[in-house]
Design a protein around this ligand. Structure first.
Ligand code: 1HN
Length: 349
């Protein structure tokens, strides 16, 4: 026996496997090398979606079905290595959602956590736990697990955002609950901007004692994120693998903002080429500003603003920026770290 390959099959062994199989028993030694692999082995493939192409299809869907009838009018970004599985990586889901002017995507709640990364349009809102936030391009918005949420668009242009959810994680644990709210929209009980004012100024209300594993801030505005990166670049703090890379945090704990999905924003200056990096968290990237290319496992993906691409677990990934580039990303790193699984390889850096 070895960890690399199973022992030889013999007619006697095969007959024995068949006999015990009828009793729902099976030999570990025949499968061990395929279930305990020396390195991550994934069906997830690297892939890039062009935003302009997806947007045209989404606007077409806008003429086919309303947000209300669809519940959520979303085109799933399905990994080409896992067709039919409604996932972009083994553990995470991604979709592009369209809300047209005047529409409401009705209120509901579920165990799955969601992030929204705003791609196109301005001024539509999402409501979470009685508070509405207006969404602008580059904003990172959280829907915590179990929170009532609905979306509406009172602006005069279509709004498109990227949804990232932990659907496969919740399915893996058989822990999914979901329900509709009795009305299309939940009542508004707090002012726009309330959570950012309370929790987003490096201060917390005295005696604040919420221990939920999720950030109380639910919109991290792009203007603030961009400003943080711009200030840091003045110090020349370039990491060879990541340029300048920040992670979104829960201000009460310093942990990642969400319990199952880690999220990041990085800046690569014009002309910067990163050193190859790999880690066990397959990662979804979307470009906010700039253009360049990313090489994943030897394949080159050229990108510009709003394009979306995915890098599988443990595949060498490097980026090159032709102009100053700002890239948002998300992965299951937070969950892997909690479970003691996360691993990175900085190659030569
Ligand atoms: C969901 O609730 C939203 O609230 C988007 O916008 C995508 C995909 C599957 C399940 C629930 C949303 C979703 C979703």
């Amino acid at each position: 026996m070895s960890m690399e390959r199973p022992p030889a099959e013999t007619p006697e062994r095969q007959a024995y496997y068949k006999k015990i199989g009828e009793k729902n028993l099976t030999p570990l030694w025949a499968v061990m090398s395929s279930i305990i692999t020396p390195e991550p082995k994934s069906a997830c493939r690297p892939h890039l979606w062009r935003f302009a192409e997806a947007k045209a299809f989404m606007l077409e869907a806008g003429g086919l079905i309303t947000a209300k009838e669809a519940e959520r009018r979303v085109l799933i970004l399905e990994n080409p290595g896992m067709p039919g599985d409604s996932k972009i990586t083994t553990s995470l889901y991604a979709g592009l959602q369209l809300v047209l002017p005047g529409e409401v995507a009705p209120a509901h709640r579920h165990s799955q956590s969601a992030l929204r990364f705003v791609m196109d349009g301005s001024g539509a809102h999402t409501a979470v736990d009685g508070e509405r936030t207006l969404m602008e391009v580059g904003d990172f918005v959280i829907t915590p697990p179990g929170a009532w949420h609905d979306h509406g668009n009172m602006s005069d242009e279509p709004m498109i955002w990227l949804d990232g959810l932990d659907i496969p994680v919740v399915s893996f644990f058989d822990a999914s609950f979901a329900e509709s709210y009795p009305e299309d929209e939940q009542p508004v009980t707090r002012k726009v901007g309330d959570s950012l004012a309370r929790y987003g100024a490096n201060m917390l209300p005295v005696d604040y004692a919420d221990s939920r594993p999720v950030s109380p801030i639910f919109n991290y505005p792009y203007a603030r994120t961009r400003e943080a990166l711009e200030q840091m670049r003045k110090q020349d703090e370039w990491d060879p693998c990541h340029g300048l890379k920040l992670r979104y945090v829960d201000p009460k704990s310093g942990d990642f903002a969400m319990p199952t999905i880690a999220s990041f924003m990085q800046l690569l200056p014009k002309g910067f080429a990163t050193s190859a990096f790999r880690s066990t968290d397959a990662t979804v990237f979307t470009v906010v500003e700039g253009s360049g290319r990313t090489i994943i496992d030897g394949t080159v993906f050229e990108w510009g603003p709003k394009d979306i691409f995915v890098a599988p677990s443990w595949k060498w990934t490097s980026h090159e920026a032709d102009e100053d580039a700002v890239i948002f990303s998300y992965s299951d790193r937070v969950a892997q770290k909690k479970l003691g699984l996360w691993r990175e390889d900085r190659g030569n850096a």
